[in-house]
Design a protein around this ligand. Structure first.
Ligand SMILES: O=C(O)c1cc(C(=O)O)c2c(n1)C(=O)C(=O)c1cc(C(=O)O)[nH]c1-2
Ligand SMILES: [Ca+2]
Length: 683
């Protein structure tokens, strides 16, 4: 129990007032603007060399950690997998309380497109809000961690949903969306009263069956941009709001980023074409009524899993001599957008990474596409691939430098439409289809062009990068910028690095116990500035592969000047030896590969393609696991950790074929002297 001073309620004024000094970090993005910038400057260029570990905290988790810490009243709130909340003394690193929503992981793990992650909490009054993976929005007492109220946000809905995002507070409303657009789902957000949990409104992002009454004018308008021949509503249509929402208290408006189409292939979802509103858009909503205000669609007629859910930043910047209230956005599709947040008017879009789907944008804010990117017959080299030029990892906007620091990447894929796709049609050979994926795309090579990561310092006014830092690998962590003229980023290869915000010069680095994804936060207690980063490798890219040699239990690292705490260690990983000696029938390998692609590949990757990520690569596990694969796939020992149950999905014969494929591939790699046989499976 918290024995410290009485918990001071978190109010709108307090969040606004804190922006100027930055002693606390009161929303997932620091304040309402969600800049991931703090004016704190005790730690700066002159003393960064003295930055050392103040404390570390074991989150006791083994999947991806994606939450930016939130700090109020000396308490840090950070989430780990499935929606577990840790309240930590932000000065000492001692646990205050822990809340586990006790998600039925066996039941829900199968619905995880991209790891059982959670991106953090929201604070309001004396409560902390978290959304559990299984759809429950939960209000906890911020001092004790006791449940105040709990609501099922999937109530009455049909889709294959999960929640990974952080809730947001808009006045007296707490709002949450969900994920599921790789499976089946109609995107929506729901608002609840912060005090009572009473459901207030629900806003769908895409229209339902046009034969039924529309919920509102926005849906009626949107339906005209979809072809009913695609019967998208059976599949849900997509548009899930699985990450960013920002609230502007001055304009009393909530801005949400919407996700990709479901299925991905536009030609199957809406054969006659159309923009498919409000997919891949930023939509402004009145948080009191739940009514649509305006939208700007970044990727009309999405065909590539180009979600627009990526972190949105509010900024007030001078463009052509006029101070404009804008939204800054770097979604998956590789373009950087500046949008007027009062009107929704498009200001500019310019690619911050190489892209092969569009040449640029016209004055009205429509992309000028390359026709080949919509070819339904031929394979196409898609850059960025479905993991995006930037994913959920928070970017940061510094008011001092005027730059946006984007954790960007290049990961390509070759795509082709799966023209024989049908809704919920498990097919050996179709990626993830046995576990409910509904993408309608087949993928070829994921490494036709090189993969890399980049920290891009982007000037949103001149639409050019000021500097770039190149990393060998993609999937680097979120970014923090500070008044100390510093930029902090954790990397996929397990470092926490400080850069000069003006030049990109590397000033300091610290070795972590694994690859980092989450963004860092900073705060001040008793006159000392702290910088805190939760570390834990995983997420969509990290499930089947890793970049750092080491991998640790999820850990919060907190630094201060002169800190001298001892670093936590890494986990003992497997042997790294190819599996050997499992009996198999070689004639089954080919069919086994097909079943593997449909059942195992999205989480475990292709056998031997990597030595594993947050989850093991099956060519590098103990022989007993492959030999007894049936024990593991039919509600086995890992079911309670989130592994799907393949009962009624695979037969014993199917399992024998999968075993043949795993052992056969491992043998082939060994015989070829360790040569990689297969590409990794992207996303
Ligand atoms: O379409 C969706 O509903 C949805 C949900 C999620 C999610 O909830 O995590 C991701 C994605 N899509 C996605 O496309 C994606 O690249 C992705 C990466 C991650 C992650 O946490 O690493 N989640 C998701
Ligand atoms: Ca998606």
């Amino acid at each position: 129990e918290n024995s410290g001073p009485k918990y001071k309620p978190v109010t709108e004024n307090r969040i606004i007032e804190n922006s100027a000094k930055g002693a606390e970090w009161l929303t997932t993005g620091m304040d309402y603007h969600e800049t991931h910038y703090s004016p704190l400057n005790q730690i700066n260029k002159s003393n960064i060399k003295e930055l050392g570990l103040a404390w570390s905290y074991d989150l006791k988790s083994s999947r991806g950690i994606e939450s930016t810490p939130v700090v109020a009243n000396g308490i840090m709130y950070v989430t780990s997998n499935w929606g577990v909340v840790h309240a930590i003394d932000a000065k000492s690193g001692e646990s205050i309380w822990k809340y586990d929503p006790e998600v039925d992981k066996g039941k829900w793990g199968v619905k995880a497109c991209c790891d059982a992650v959670n991106r953090g909490v929201a604070l309001s009054g004396d409560k902390v809000y978290v959304a559990a993976f299984d759809g429950r929005l939960i209000a906890l007492n911020a001092s004790t961690g006791k449940v105040v109220w709990e609501k099922d946000t999937f109530d009455g809905e049909q889709g294959f949903y999960t929640i990974t995002g952080a809730p947001r507070i808009a006045g007296s409303h707490v709002v949450i969306g969900n994920g599921g657009a790789e499976y089946s789902g109609r995107g929506y957000i729901t608002s609840y009263n912060v005090d009572t949990g009473k459901k207030e409104w629900r806003w769908y992002t895409v229209p339902g069956n046009p034969k039924e009454p529309f919920e509102n004018e926005a849906m009626k308008k949107a339906a005209k941009t979809w072809d009913p021949a695609g019967e998208w509503w059976k599949n849900g249509g997509g548009g899930t709001v699985w990450d960013s929402m920002v609230y502007d208290p001055e304009l009393d408006t909530l801005y949400i980023g919407t996700g990709n189409g479901n299925p991905w292939a536009a030609a199957l979802r809406s054969p006659a074409g159309g923009d498919n509103l409000y997919l891949a858009s930023i939509v402004a909503i009145d948080p009191n009524s739940g009514e649509y205000k305006w939208h700007y669609q970044e990727t009309p007629g999405d065909n590539w899993d180009y979600t627009s859910v990526q972190p949105i930043i509010m900024a007030d910047i001078k463009i052509d001599g006029n101070l404009r209230k804008v939204l800054l956005h770097a979604p998956k599709n590789g373009f950087f957008y500046v949008i007027d947040r009062e009107t929704g008017k498009f200001i500019s879009a310019k690619n911050y990474m190489d892209v092969t789907w569009a040449k640029g944008y016209d004055e009205s804010g429509r992309p000028i596409e390359f026709a080949a990117a919509r070819d339904t017959k031929n394979e196409y080299l898609q850059i960025p691939g479905p993991l995006g030029a930037h994913n959920w990892q928070p970017m940061s906007y510094s008011k001092d430098t005027g730059l946006v620091y984007i954790p960007a990447q290049q990961i390509s894929v070759t795509y082709k439409d799966q023209m024989d796709w049908r809704f919920e049609d498990p097919k050996p050979g179709v990626r993830g289809s046995i576990i409910g994926r509904n993408e309608a795309k087949t993928m070829g090579s994921s490494s036709a062009v090189s993969e890399f990561g980049e920290l891009v310092a982007w000037d949103p006014v001149s639409k050019k990068s000021r500097w770039r830092v190149r990393y060998d690998a993609p999937w680097n962590g979120g970014v923090l910028s500070t008044g100390g003229d510093l930029v902090f980023q954790g990397t996929a290869d397990g470092k926490f690095i400080a850069y000069d915000a003006e030049t990109g010069d590397k000033l300091w680095k610290f070795d972590l116990n694994g690859g980092a994804g989450a963004g860092a936060a900073t705060y001040e207690i008793d006159g000392e500035q702290y910088i805190s980063i939760p570390v834990g490798w995983g997420g969509a890219y990290g499930l089947p592969r890793k970049v750092a040699e080491q991998r640790g239990s999820g850990t919060v690292y907190t630094f201060k000047l002169g800190g001298k705490a001892v670093s936590p260690g890494s986990l003992q990983e497997g042997t790294g030896k190819l599996v050997e000696g499992v009996d198999y029938d070689p004639s089954k390998i080919e069919y086994g590969e097909k079943l593997y692609t449909s059942s195992c590949a999205t989480c475990h990757g292709a056998p031997g393609a990597t030595k594993g990520g947050a989850l093991p690569n099956l060519a590098y596990v103990d022989k007993n696991i492959v030999e007894n694969l049936g024990i593991f796939v039919f509600k086995g020992p890992f079911y309670s950790l989130g592994m799907p149950d393949f009962t009624d999905k695979l037969s014993q014969d199917d399992v024998s074929a999968i075993k043949a494929y795993i052992q056969g591939t491992a043998d082939a790699i060994r015989e070829s002297g360790g040569k990689k046989i297969k590409d990794e499976t992207v996303h």
